[in-house]
Design a protein. Structure first.
Length: 209
């Protein structure tokens, strides 16, 4: 039998893990080409790969995870798309279909509207980084090579992790995060791709909880 969508796993979800990915020039509208996510999407390819890393495991969805994609490129920036592991539907491991899901969600948004559900488990909201960082979702961390070793942190309760795209986190955003009390945590000395950093965070937390 062919499954329509990936089943939800982790019935006892435990603390919430939230990832905020800053798409420094990612389109904040549906006006991008699915076969040219890199250029027409403003590196939307990175954000699409983050969907798989944040929300999917082999054979299921991480129910305990929220992924906030902060779209700062042309369209209606700043726009935050929240993908919620508890209720999202139709995720697949392949990039093309998840990009299509994002595009449909962006296309369903009413221009100028406030927060609205644009697909099952996907909310769009006109929010900037500060608004996202100030949401009460447990401790706030920013992922950066120069931070304290993630393995030296005692993990308890909900946590939010902020990551940059290929351009990293610009100084203005770094200041905002500092103002919001973010602690920088490092995954080691190597500069990783954003989606790989997410996978490692999940893995470290999977092993400690
Ligand atoms: C491709 S990297 C950005 C590289 C960019 N040249 C820079 O200097 O930040 C994307 C994001 O992954 C996270 N990241 C990459 N390597 C990391 C590491 N070793 N420890 C913690 N976070 C890391 C950071 O949030 C970074 O902004």
């Amino acid at each position: 039998m062919v499954r329509e969508s990936t089943p939800i796993v982790f019935e006892e979800p435990g603390p919430t893990r939230r990832f905020v990915v800053i798409g420094s020039r990612a389109k904040s509208s549906a006006a991008f080409k699915l076969h040219a996510l890199w250029d027409s999407g403003g590196r939307m390819d990175i954000l699409v790969r983050c969907i798989r890393a944040a929300l999917l495991v082999s054979g299921g969805v991480r129910r305990n995870t929220l992924l906030d994609l902060l779209l700062l490129g042309p369209g209606e920036a700043p726009l935050a798309l929240r993908l919620d592991g508890r209720s999202i539907r139709g995720l697949r491991p392949d990039e093309y279909r998840n990009a299509r899901l994002l595009q449909h969600a962006l296309g369903a948004r009413h221009p100028g509207a406030g927060p609205e559900m644009v697909a099952a488990g996907i909310q769009a909201a006109p929010m900037d980084l500060e608004a996202l960082a100030r949401e009460p979702r447990g401790n706030l961390f920013v992922l950066g090579r120069e931070g304290i070793d993630m393995r030296s942190v005692c993990w308890q309760g909900d946590a939010t992790f902020v990551l940059g795209d290929d351009r990293g986190i610009d100084p203005d955003h770094a200041k905002v995060l500092e103002r919001c009390g973010a602690v920088t945590v490092s995954l080691g000395p190597v500069d990783l791709h954003t989606e790989d950093a997410i996978t490692i965070v999940h893995n470290e937390l999977d092993r400690t909880s």
